[in-house]
Write a protein that binds this ligand. Structure first.
Ligand code: DCP
Ligand code: CA
Ligand code: CA
Length: 365
C-alpha cells in the first residue's frame, strides 16, 4: 500500500526501572521496584514502576510500597527512590535520536513519542517495520534502552499496537487489517473510555471494540451525544485523523504591540494585552502546551524598558488565569511608575507538554 500515512508510537519499556538497570547491570536479574517515598515512614509511598521480574510477583504501578515489600519478602528484590533528573537525561538522549528519524515528531510525557514516518518510507508499511527495527536496535546499541513500537495508519492504532507486545515489542498494523486488529480489544483501549463509559457500554451489550464498531451510530449518538458518539464509532472502526503535532520548539511564546497613543489607562492597557493574550493562547493550545510563568514587558514613553514576571503554582493552559496574572503585573507597573506606556508585550514561559489525559479531555470538551 503506497502513500498511506504511517504513524509510529515508541514507548520505552518499564522506563524508570530500566534506567536503574542501565547504571547497575546487577539489577537485571532481580525484581526492581522504583518508588515514590512520601517519607512519613520508611515504607510509605507508592510504586512508580517495576521491572518485568517484579511484575511477575504482582508489583505494579501505584501499589503501596509496603504491599510491594510484602509480595517480594522472600526474594532478593531491590527498592529504589525515583531519580527523575537521571531518567530525564536518558529520555532526552533517546528523544533527540528518535526525532532525527521522523518527518514530524511529538513527544508525549517522558517516555513516549509519536513519529510520522510516512514520507521516510514512502507510505510502505513493510519498509516502516524495517525502519522501526533499525531504530530500536540503534537506540539499544547507543543508549542501552529497549522500547516497544506500534506502527499503524494513525495514532490510535499505533498506541494500541505498542502496548500488546511489551517489552521490546514491534507490532505493525496495515490499513486493511485495522478493523480485525481492533475487534478483540476491550472498549477500555479507546482513549476517553474510562470505567464509567465502559459500564454504560457493557449495559448496551458492548464489551469489545468489535461490538462497538457494529453498533448503530444513531443509537450511540443518542446515548453519548453527538461528539462522543461519532468519536466512539470512528475509533472502533479504526478511523482517527489526529495529526502528529510537532511540539513548539521555543521555550516561550510572546507578542508585543505599540499602543495607539501613550497611556496609563488600565482599561486601554488591558484591552491591548487581551489581544496579545488571545493570540498567544492559540499557539499554546495548538502546541498542546501548558505554561508556568507569565511575563510582562513595558516600554515607557521615554523608551526605557522594564519587565516583570510571575510564576503559577502549577502549569496551566487557562486563559482566564493568564489574563488575571497579566492584569496583576500591569497594576504593579502602574503603581511603581508615573510614566506613560508606549509599547507593551506579554510572554508565557516555562512551557511543558500536556499529559495525554489532559489532551483527551480538551479534545472532548
Ligand atoms: N510513571 C509514574 N507515575 C505514573 C505513570 C508513570 O511515575 N502514574 C512513570 C514511571 C514509568 C514511566 O513514567 O517508568 C513511564 O510510564 P509507563 O506507563 O509507560 O510505564 P513503564 O514505562 O514503567 O512500563 P511499560 O513497560 O508498561 O511501558
Ligand atoms: Ca513505558
Ligand atoms: Ca508510556
Amino acid at each position: 500500500m503506497v502513500n498511506s500515512r504511517i504513524v509510529m508510537l515508541a514507548d520505552l519499556d518499564y522506563f524508570f526501572a530500566q534506567c536503574e538497570e542501565l547504571r547497575n547491570s546487577e539489577l537485571k536479574t532481580k525484581p526492581v521496584v522504583v518508588g515514590v517515598y512520601s517519607g512519613r515512614t520508611e515504607d510509605s509511598g507508592a510504586v512508580s514502576t517495576a521491572n518485568y521480574i517484579a511484575r511477575q510477583f504482582g508489583v505494579n504501578l501505584g501499589l503501596p510500597l509496603h504491599l510491594a515489600r510484602r509480595k517480594l519478602q522472600n526474594v532478593d528484590a531491590v527498592f529504589l527512590p525515583v531519580d527523575f533528573n537521571y531518567y530525564k537525561q536518558i529520555s532526552n538522549e533517546i528523544m533527540f535520536f528518535l526525532r532525527s528519524y521522523s518527518d514530524v515528531f511529538e513527544q508525549v510525557g517522558i517516555d513516549e513519542a509519536y513519529l510520522d514516518i510516512s514520507s521516510k518510507v514512502n507510505g510502505n508499511f513493510q519498509a516502516g517495520g524495517v525502519l522501526a527495527e533499525r531504530i530500536k536496535s540503534e537506540v539499544k546499541k547507543k543508549v542501552g534502552i529497549s522500547f516497544s513500537v506500534g506502527l499503524g495508519p494513525n495514532k490510535l492504532i499505533a498506541k494500541i499496537a505498542s502496548e500488546i507486545n511489551k517489552p521490546d515489542g514491534l507490532i505493525v498494523v496495515e490499513p486493511q487489517n485495522v478493523t480485525s486488529f481492533l475487534e478483540p480489544f476491550s472498549v477500555l483501549s479507546i482513549p476517553g473510555v474510562g470505567k464509567k463509559t465502559k459500564e454504560r457500554m457493557n449495559n448496551m451489550g458492548i464489551t469489545v471494540i468489535g461490538d462497538l464498531a457494529k453498533y448503530d451510530i444513531q443509537r450511540l449518538i443518542e446515548s453519548f451525544g453527538r461528539t462522543l458518539g461519532i468519536y466512539f464509532h470512528n475509533s472502533a472502526n479504526g478511523i482517527n485523523n489526529d495529526l502528529v503535532h510537532e511540539a513548539v520548539k521555543s521555550e516561550s511564546i510572546s507578542r508585543m504591540s505599540t499602543l495607539r497613543k501613550n497611556t496609563r489607562d488600565l482599561a486601554v492597557l488591558i484591552d491591548k494585552t487581551n489581544q496579545l493574550i488571545f493570540s498567544i493562547h492559540k499557539d499554546l493550545l495548538n502546541g498542546h502546551l501548558n505554561f508556568k510563568r507569565v511575563g510582562l514587558t513595558v516600554i515607557m514613553a521615554d523608551l526605557s524598558i522594564r519587565s516583570k514576571s510571575k510564576t503559577l503554582l502549577t502549569s496551566s493552559d487557562n486563559i482566564s488565569l493568564l489574563q488575571k496574572y497579566v492584569k496583576f503585573l500591569l497594576e504593579s507597573f502602574l503603581s511603581e511608575s508615573k510614566k506613560e506606556i508606549r509599547r507593551i508585550g506579554v510572554k508565557i514561559f516555562q512551557l511543558s507538554a500536556k499529559e495525554e489525559n489532559q489532551k483527551k479531555l480538551n479534545a472532548f470538551f
